[in-house]
Design a binder for this molecule. Structure first.
Ligand SMILES: [Mn+2]
Length: 394
C-alpha cells in the first residue's frame, strides 16, 4: 500500500502581517496532485493543521476544501491534531468527514483500540491499520494533582513513560488485531534526537527519545518539527514530514517536502521525500542598503528580510527597500558597542542637550552621523514627550 505523509500545515499563518493563504492554497493543491499521481491509498496529516486554535474563516474554508477535494478523488485522509490545533474545532469537521473517509481523530481516550483506523487498500487485496495518537498537552498527560510536588525532571519522565505506553499499546494492539495488515502510527511529538526547523514554538512540547518509539510498526508518521527528517535510532522507520511552507526566517531556504511511502505486511516500508515547490522562498540578505536593494529588487517571488550594514547610506535607500512589497523586514545588523562609549563621561548627562546624546547614540549604532532632518525630528519628538525646552538643533 502507498501513503502520503504530510504535517505542520499551519494554515492561517501570516508572515509579518502578510497573508500566506494563496501560498497555502497552491501547496495544498500540489499535495493533492502528488497524492493522485502517486496513487496513494491514504493521506496522513500529523498535526498542526491550523496555526491558531481559532483560525480565521478563510483558513477553515481552505482546509475543508482540501479535504473535500481529496474525498472527491476517493483518497481517504487520516488527521490528528497538533499542539497548535484545537481538538474541539477539528471535531466540528468530524461528522461530515466520517461520511467521506476523512478520518479525524480529534480526541484522546484511554481506550487505545478506539484510536485505530482500518483502511482497505485500493486493490482490495491489502489493508492497513493506522494507530493515531492525537497531541496531548503535557498537563493532560501528567495532571496537576499527579504532578504536585514533582520536580520538573520527574514530570518529564512521567510524561515520557505515559507517551511510551500509549505508543506501545497502539503498536501491540494493531499487531494483535491483524498481523497481515500494514501498520502505521501517527503522532505529534518532539523527538529529542531530531532537529528543529526554526519556526516552531519551542516551549510547547516535552521531548521524548527516539528509543521510546515502538517496534513492530511499518512506519511512524510524525508532526511537530518543521525540518523534514528521518528519526535516527528508532526501532521502526519514523519520519518528520516537516512543514509545507518556510514558516519563518528560521526556516529560510529549507526545501519543504512530503513523504511518500510504500509498505507491505511482510516487508519494511520504503520512504521517499517528494519536494514541494509552490511556497515562496524566504531569503535573508545582508549588506549595505544599496547592495541589498540591488540584490533583492527583482526577487518578487520571495519574502525578503534585509539586514543592513550601517554605512551612512541615504535614508531614501532604506525607504525604497522598505517600500518593496516582498521586503517584509528591514533591520540593522547588531554592532558591537563602540569602545568610545566607555570613555565618554557618564556624569553630567542630564546637563547635556538630548540632541547631542541622540547624535552620539546614533553614531554608535550606525557608524555615521544622523541626517539633520532626523535630528530635527528627534528634537521635536523629545520636546513633545518631555514638555521640556530642548533648544533647536544646531
Ligand atoms: Mn508545527
Amino acid at each position: 500500500m502507498r501513503f502520503l505523509h504530510t504535517a505542520d500545515w499551519h494554515v492561517g499563518r501570516t508572515i509579518r502581517h502578510r497573508s500566506r493563504l494563496d501560498e497555502h492554497r497552491a501547496v495544498l493543491d500540489e499535495i493533492i496532485d502528488i497524492a493522485t499521481r502517486e496513487h496513494v491509498d491514504a493521506v496522513c496529516v500529523t498535526g498542526d493543521v491550523f496555526h491558531e486554535r481559532r483560525p480565521p474563516l478563510d483558513a477553515q474554508e481552505l482546509v475543508a476544501e482540501t479535504f473535500a477535494e481529496l474525498a472527491r478523488r476517493r483518497i481517504p485522509v487520516v488527521v490528528i491534531p497538533g499542539n497548535h490545533d484545537d481538538p474541539v474545532l477539528l471535531r466540528t469537521l468530524k461528522p461530515l468527514g466520517d461520511l467521506v473517509q476523512v478520518h479525524i481523530m480529534s480526541d484522546f481516550s484511554e481506550h487505545i483500540a478506539t484510536h485505530i483506523i482500518r483502511l482497505p487498500g485500493r486493490d482490495g487485496r491489502e489493508r492497513a491499520l493506522i494507530g493515531c495518537l492525537p497531541y496531548l498537552h503535557p498537563h493532560l498527560v501528567v495532571s496537576a494533582a499527579e504532578g504536585a510536588g514533582m520536580s520538573e525532571a520527574a514530570r518529564l519522565s512521567t510524561y515520557q513513560a505515559k507517551i511510551q505506553d500509549y505508543l506501545r499499546a497502539l503498536a501491540e494492539t494493531m499487531q494483535r488485531q491483524d498481523r497481515q495488515a500494514v501498520r502505521l502510527i501517527l503522532a505529534h511529538l518532539h523527538i529529542a534526537e531530531c532537529e528543529f526547523g526554526g519556526g516552531e514554538w519551542r516551549s510547547s512540547v516535552f521531548p521524548v527519545n527516539a528509543a521510546m518509539l515502538p517496534p513492530h510498526t511499518h512506519y511512524v508518521a510524525l508532526g511537530h518539527l518543521h525540518k523534514p527528517q528521518a528519526v535516527p535510532g528508532a526501532k521502526a522507520q519514523a519520519w518528520y514530514a516537516g512543514s509545507i511552507l518556510q514558516m519563518d526566517f528560521g526556516e529560510r531556504e529549507q526545501q519543504k517536502s512530503v513523504c511518500v511511502l510504500e509498505a507491505q505486511a511482510e516487508k519494511p516500508a520504503t520512504i521517499a521525500p517528494v519536494p514541494l515547490s509552490k511556497g515562496k522562498w524566504l531569503l535573508r540578505r545582508h549588506g549595505t542598503a544599496a547592495a541589498v536593494l540591488a540584490q533583492v529588487a527583482d526577487c518578487r517571488d520571495a519574502w525578503v528580510e534585509a539586514v543592513l550594514q550601517p554605512d551612512g547610506s541615504a535614508p531614501e535607500l532604506v525607504e525604497r527597500l522598505r517600500a518593496l512589497p516582498h521586503v517584509i523586514a528591514v533591520r540593522f545588523a547588531d554592532l558591537p558597542f563602540a569602545e568610545e562609549r566607555d570613555r565618554s563621561p557618564q556624569q553630567g548627562l542630564k546637563e547635556r542637550p538630548a540632541t547631542d546624546l541622540f547624535r552620539e547614540y546614533y553614531k554608535t549604532k550606525r557608524q555615521a552621523d544622523p541626517a539633520p532632518e532626523l535630528v530635527e525630528l528627534f528634537a521635536r519628538l523629545y520636546q513633545e514627550v518631555s514638555g521640556g525646552s530642548e533648544e533647536p538643533p544646531s
